[in-house]
Structures are given as structure tokens and as C-alpha cells.
Design a protein around this ligand. Structure first.
Ligand SMILES: [Zn+2]
Length: 432
């Protein structure tokens, strides 16, 4: 099956912010087989041609999410974190059924696709139901099966065994990938973290955990062990392999040195960190050290959107404010953090850029709006996309060359029906 797209421009999703005007992109069997200026394109042959008035970008990659928490969106608004968890989130999560998770992930996945997000890294209960949900919507996901000692859950060693079995059982077709998601160093015993990391390395799995989200979460560990959480993880052989650490807000130079040394990637979640007043992560320092960084929304109960492009704008704004410099993060870098950079961060070189051999996850942004003028240089399109355009101009989305959003509407699921279902389930979960 061959498709040829023509577009006003291609936004490649690389670190340099390459924009190719008057472009052609060919798709063969779900992969990008050619991308570049129309004047240099090979003969189209028998390919079906799709003419697009706007720009074509890579499908965005959300590096950290708990998307089924759309069930809890806005709940506990304004409460401090500890009360928000104890009084609002945990009682609801204790009542969650597998069906709740599947319906919620289906709705959230459709919402992400409508925002141009084609892949998300998920850490949430009932991972098989998350996989089933993206099977309905047509998105991709990397599911870091959560490992956390909680009442009502199996012992954590058993959780780990199950997570590794699940990861081994799935065919590697690039649609659903399983990793392991030990929640954090302050909730999961160090011995289990060490064992999890060994299993992840042995099986090539993504190990995803929360690190240094708040200023105080590592205080007990520091008092007991005399080490920061990054140093403690290094000392217990948790780093190395495909490690993706969410947040990393409160990191000093020595911690960043460890991330650089062990090639630990970061899921930067500026919207969640701002909403929960956690702080501003040292993004520029990470990038200058060559640390791999991708943007994440975090869960929709702590963002509350699933709009990664909005978070790219916020990432640039916060980096500039924190550095008191308008050059602290360019629009091109902000977009890269949501696309090519995020794909690198999660260890998926098949995603995130419009480049030959990568999967044809494509987003068409309609640029026939005042928000996209003027364009003196093709790069202006990318700047407008980040600063004035945003995801409300996303019109069409393809995953592996398959249309999943057409003219702003899902082609795979019924968002109105899902919304009603979410409302009913959320009311049941909130009932005391
Ligand atoms: Zn999280």
C-alpha cells in the first residue's frame, strides 16, 4: 500500500528544527519511504495522492502519562498534594475496575490523537486494558506496567514477574510495547528496584520511574542513606539500559552528572510541575549535557490536559523565565522535545521524525489561519506552530499510514459516547 502526501511544508521534528517547504512525503507499508522537496521527489507511480493545504509534522510522543486518570480530571482542584492523594485520588483508584481503565484510556487516547499525539508512555493499573484501548483508537503506546506496594495488590515481587512475562509475550510490531514502571525510590524498596533494573536490562525493556518530582520526597532516603535519590539509584545498580525518569525537577549538578554518565533519559512535565507547584526542572542544563529529554503531559488529573503541543509552549516559556533569557529554549527545540527528542528519550528511533524508515505517524496542521501569518521564512511555520497555533489546528492524523483522525473527528471511536460513559463512571468512583 503506497500513499503520497503533498504539503505546504514538512516539519521534520529534528533538533535543528528543519522545515522543508513545498514538500512530498511517501508512505509504503506504514513506513516513510521518501520525504523532501516536491521538486526532487521520485515519480509517484500508482500511489494514492493526498494533497494537504497545511504542514505535515511527525506524530507527537508523550513521554509520561497516566491517561486513564481522565476519570479524575479536575477533582480535588486546589488541594495540596498530600490531601489531593489521600482524600481524592486513592479512594477513587481503590474502586477502579479493569473496564473503567479501558474506557478511560480509549477516551483519553482519542483525545490525544485529536491533539496530534500518536504515542504515549503510560504508567497505570490494568496494562492489558490500556493495550486493548489503543487497539480501538489506533494509537501506539509504551506501557510501563506499574510496580507499587499497595494494599489489595499482589506482593511487589509477583508484580515484577507478571510485568516481565507480559512484556515478553507481546509481538514487537511497534504498536504496543510493555516496559516496567516501578513507581519511585520512595515507594518501592531498593532491593526490588535493583531486581527490576536487572530484569529490564536483560529483556531490553524500558524502565520508567518518577524521580525528584518534589523538593521533599527524597528527604527520608537522604536521612537514611546519606545520598540523593539519583545517587542512591546509581549505588543500587538501577541506572543503565533504557531508563526513563519522569520529572527530575530537584536535581543538582552531581545528580545531572549521574544522568549523563548512565545515559538516563528524562520525561519533562512542565504543566504538571507548574500546576502542583513542584518547581521548574533544569531543562537547559540537561540539554547542554546531552541528556535525552522528552516532554510528558503527566496524568490528566495533574495537568489537566493531554495537549503536548501546549506543554511545548509552556516548556519554552518556563525555560526562558528560569534562565531569564529569551534564548534559553527555541521554538524548534520545544517542538523537538515533543517529537524527535521524545522518541529518543523513550528509546524508540522508529518514531518522532519525518525521516525515511520511520513509522508513518503523521499530523496535518491546517495553516490557513491568521495564527500562521506572516511567513517570511519557512521556519516561521514552526515558530507559529509552537507560539500562536497549537493543537486546535490539527485536522488529520495517521498512525502507520492509517487515518485515525479525519477533518478533526476520530475515524475509529465515538468520543461523544465515551464522554457520557466517563461521566457515569467518574460519578460512581467519586461516590462515598
Ligand atoms: Zn507521573
Amino acid at each position: 500500500m503506497r500513499l503520497r502526501f503533498t504539503a505546504r511544508a514538512l516539519v521534520i521534528g529534528d533538533r535543528d528544527g528543519t522545515v522543508v517547504p513545498d514538500a512530498v512525503l511517501d508512505v509504503t507499508d506504514g513506513e516513510i519511504s521518501w520525504a523532501g522537496p516536491a521538486t526532487e521527489a521520485p515519480p509517484g507511480g500508482d500511489a494514492d495522492v493526498v494533497d494537504l493545504p497545511g504542514v505535515l509534522t511527525p506524530g507527537l510522543v508523550n513521554a509520561h502519562s497516566h491517561a486513564p486518570m481522565v476519570l479524575f480530571r479536575g477533582q480535588g482542584e486546589g488541594l495540596p498534594l498530600d490531601r489531593w492523594l489521600r482524600e481524592v485520588m486513592w479512594p477513587r483508584e481503590a474502586r477502579l475496575t479493569p473496564e473503567d481503565v479501558e474506557v478511560a484510556m480509549t477516551a483519553a487516547s482519542a483525545e490525544m490523537l485529536a491533539h496530534g499525539v500518536t504515542t504515549s508512555v503510560e504508567m497505570y493499573f490494568h496494562p492489558e486494558r490500556i493495550a486493548a484501548a489503543v487497539g480501538s483508537t489506533g494509537a501506539r503506546t509504551v506501557i510501563a506496567t506499574p510496580l507499587i506496594p499497595l494494599p489489595g495488590l499482589p506482593p511487589i515481587e509477583e508484580q515484577l514477574r507478571h510485568a516481565v512475562e507480559l512484556a515478553r509475550a507481546v509481538p514487537g510490531d511497534g504498536t504496543v510495547e510493555y516496559g516496567v514502571g516501578p513507581h519511585a525510590a520512595y515507594t518501592v524498596p531498593l532491593a526490588v528496584l535493583r531486581e527490576t533494573a536487572a530484569a529490564a536490562r536483560e529483556n531490553g525493556l524500558l524502565l520508567h520511574l518518577h524521580v525528584a518530582e518534589t523538593a521533599t520526597e527524597g528527604a527520608d532516603l537522604l536521612a537514611t542513606h546519606g545520598l540523593s535519590v539519583p545517587a542512591l539509584l546509581a549505588a543500587h545498580d538501577v541506572l543503565g539500559g533504557r531508563v526513563l525518569a519522569a520529572h527530575c525537577v530537584h536535581m543538582d549538578d552531581a545528580d545531572l552528572d549521574l544522568w549523563q554518565e548512565h545515559d538516563v533519559a528524562v520525561a519533562h512535565c512542565p504543566a504538571s510541575n507548574a500546576k502542583l507547584a513542584s518547581g521548574v526542572a533544569p531543562l537547559r542544563a540537561m540539554l547542554d549535557r546531552g541528556i535525552r529529554v522528552g516532554l510528558g503531559t503527566d496524568g490528566p488529573a495533574s495537568n489537566d490536559g493531554l495537549d503536548l503541543l501546549a506543554d511545548a509552549r509552556l516548556a519554552a516559556s518556563l525555560a526562558r523565565l528560569a534562565g531569564r533569557s529569551a534564548t534559553a529554549l527555541t521554538a524548534a527545540e520545544a517542538f523537538w522535545l515533543a517529537s524527535g527528542g521524545a522518541a529518543d528519550a523513550i528509546g524508540r528511533p522508529d518514531l518522532g521524525q519525518l525521516a525515511v524508515g520511520r513509522r508513518a505517524d503523521l499530523v496535518h496542521v491546517d495553516t490557513r489561519a491568521l495564527a500562521f501569518e506572516p511567513v517570511g521564512d519557512p521556519a516561521d511555520l514552526l515558530a507559529h506552530l509552537v507560539w500562536s497555533g497549537g493543537s486546535r489546528y490539527v485536522r488529520d492524523v495517521w498512525v502507520g499510514g492509517r487515518p485515525v483522525v479525519r477533518d478533526g473527528a476520530s475515524t475509529t471511536v465515538d468520543p461523544a459516547g465515551l464522554r457520557a460513559d466517563i461521566a457515569t463512571r467518574a460519578a460512581r468512583l467519586a461516590a462515598r
